[in-house]
Design a protein around this ligand. Structure first.
Ligand SMILES: Cc1cc2nc3c(=O)[nH]c(=O)nc-3n(C[C@H](O)[C@H](O)[C@H](O)COP(=O)(O)OP(=O)(O)OC[C@H]3O[C@@H](n4cnc5c(N)ncnc54)[C@H](O)[C@@H]3O)c2cc1C
Length: 388
């Protein structure tokens, strides 16, 4: 069997690439290969499902803005029934004295890109959000619009459903080998014994992307890093509460009548997760997160954790930023990897970018060349400072 394009990984990134390839007019054959068709362990479905403009790098802001525009005209794109429950609740990123210069620089970059972010001092913040304690806080950046959260599973299903009418072959299997002849990848082998010839191979394997690249003999500094999300109930319901990021890195946001929190993974000891390890680190909640929450939002002194899950970040150890585009030598092997915690919101834009590259030979909507693989080859970081 031969396909013009083989996409490895059928969650949000792989599905988005397939979707935009057809939207851009690609008429060749496409195989979308997924080993976990229920997406039980995909980063996509285990994520916090939030979107922000508050990045340090203009390119990252632009990628999110593309997705924001899509969310705002979802029904036009996917039909009248399309709904991902997008709630524009905003982000509130807090900084103490030490973090202030970075917060200010990031804010300037965001405003220059047209993002609706307010930089407020501690007094202004506690007036706006009376439930907030400003202990140790100098300022905060608040996304008045254009930021919020949504249903990741619903978003994935929108893309997958749209693909059904776009002549894509869905293959449920694991890619276990990638064949190469010199500077070309020529095919992939599957765990069911099949072998597919491929004109182009796209790596959309999320946290497993480093391993998939290695199958083609290529180095990619992307590994799974475990991240926990805890759900809790509180007596107080703050309808105006944004996704709050404490200077400690701990975040919290409302989700219907409950709250989600996480972000306390210590830097020391944060290394590659075992691919099968989805066990929740409950002590993180008890010992690290809860005390911070109770300090930042005094009403959260009394809360009740109800459940939790763990997922894997597709973590780029070089610079916590995406790697997008072809390998410079093996040019028919393309990357869409290493999003390091912000890939869900970037997936539509990245799908569009790769499709433009393949169909038109260059980026048209957003220039993604700064995310290219050459920086990996040269060990040159293109660092995002706002990694949550
Ligand atoms: C706890 C947590 C919170 C997050 N919060 C956010 C957030 O708020 N906002 C945001 O934008 N991003 C967030 N992210 C990051 C985001 O979820 C990911 O960056 C994004 O989902 C990556 O999408 P993907 O399709 O590349 O990867 P995945 O969703 O992991 O999909 C990759 C797919 O490839 C398949 N696959 C892998 N190897 C093979 C193979 N050899 N053969 C066949 N199939 C294969 C896998 O089964 C998987 O389904 C979060 C992630 C986590 C874990």
């Amino acid at each position: 069997m031969r396909y013009d394009i083989v996409i490895i990984g059928g969650a949000i990134v792989g599905s988005s690439v397939a979707y935009y390839l057809r939207e851009e007019g690609f008429s060749g054959s496409i195989a979308l290969i997924e080993r976990d068709p229920q997406f039980a362990h995909a980063a996509t479905t285990l994520s916090m499902a939030s979107i922000r403009q508050q990045f340090s790098i203009p390119e990252n802001i632009r990628l999110s803005q593309f997705t924001l525009k899509l969310f705002r005209r979802l029904k036009e794109e996917f039909g009248a029934e399309a709904d991902i429950g997008f709630r524009e609740g905003g982000y509130l990123i807090l900084a103490g004295e030490a973090g202030l210069p970075i917060l200010k620089a990031n804010h300037a970059a965001q405003v220059a890109e047209g993002a609706d972010i307010l930089l407020e001092n501690a007094d202004q913040l506690t007036r706006r959000f009376p439930w907030l304690s400003a202990e140790g806080i100098t300022a905060g950046a608040y996304g008045r619009s254009g930021e919020g959260w949504f249903d990741a599973h619903a978003m994935l299903m929108l893309f997958r459903k749209a693909l059904r009418e776009k002549k894509i072959d869905f293959i449920s299997a694991s890619v276990t080998g990638i064949e190469r002849q010199g500077d070309r990848v020529t095919g992939v082998s599957l765990d069911n014994g099949d072998r597919l010839e491929a004109g182009t191979v796209i790596n959309a394997a999320g946290p497993n992307a480093g391993k998939v690249a290695a199958l083609a003999g290529l180095a990619l500094p992307v590994e799974p890093r475990k991240r926990n999300v805890f759900v809790f109930e509180a007596r107080e319901k703050y309808a105006d509460m944004p996704l709050l990021v404490d200077p400690s890195g701990i975040y919290v946001r409302p989700e219907g009548s409950v709250y989600l929190t996480g972000g306390a993974e210590p830097e020391e000891g944060d290394g590659p997760a075992d691919a099968g390890d989805f066990e929740v680190d409950w002590p993180l909640f008890e010992e690290v997160i809860w005390p911070v929450l109770a300090t930042r939002i005094p009403a959260f002194e009394a809360i009740k954790p109800t459940r939790a899950w763990a997922g894997h970040y597709d973590y780029n150890t070089l610079d916590q930023n995406a790697v997008i585009g072809p390998h410079p030598e093996v040019t028919n092997f393309l990357f869409a990897n290493g999003f390091s915690g912000h890939g869900l919101q970037q997936a539509p834009a990245v799908g569009k970018a790769l499709a433009e590259l393949i169909v038109h030979g260059g980026y048209r909507t957003i220039d993604c060349s700064a995310f290219g693989y050459s920086r990996v080859a040269e060990g040159r970081a293109f660092r995002e400072l706002n990694v949550i």
